[in-house]
Write a protein of this length. Structure first.
Length: 88
């Protein structure tokens, strides 16, 4: 069960850090349009919801394979979101 708990923490920390970075960008650039930043935050929140739903699934045939797939998808999603933040 520690694997599931660690996965949930990773999801929370990674996506939370991305959202925090968008807020920092918005504070440092008050004259710029915040709609693109808000879109990134909305995407991060919806990704968080879907990852947590996947992590909370029960009765899995192969839990380690399932959690590994979630971690890989989290890495891909986080990389894409970071690239969007960097392009702001």
């Amino acid at each position: 069960m520690a694997n599931k708990r660690d996965l949930k923490k990773d999801i929370n920390y990674v996506l939370g850090d991305i959202i925090e970075e968008v807020y920092v960008w918005e504070l440092n650039n008050p004259g710029k349009d915040n709609k693109s930043g808000e879109a990134i935050i909305d995407e991060a929140i919806s990704s968080f919801d879907s990852f947590m739903a996947r992590a909370n699934q029960r009765k899995l045939e192969n839990p380690s394979k399932h959690f590994k797939a979630i971690r890989e998808d989290l890495e891909k999603t986080a990389t894409a979101l970071v690239e969007k933040v960097n392009s702001l």
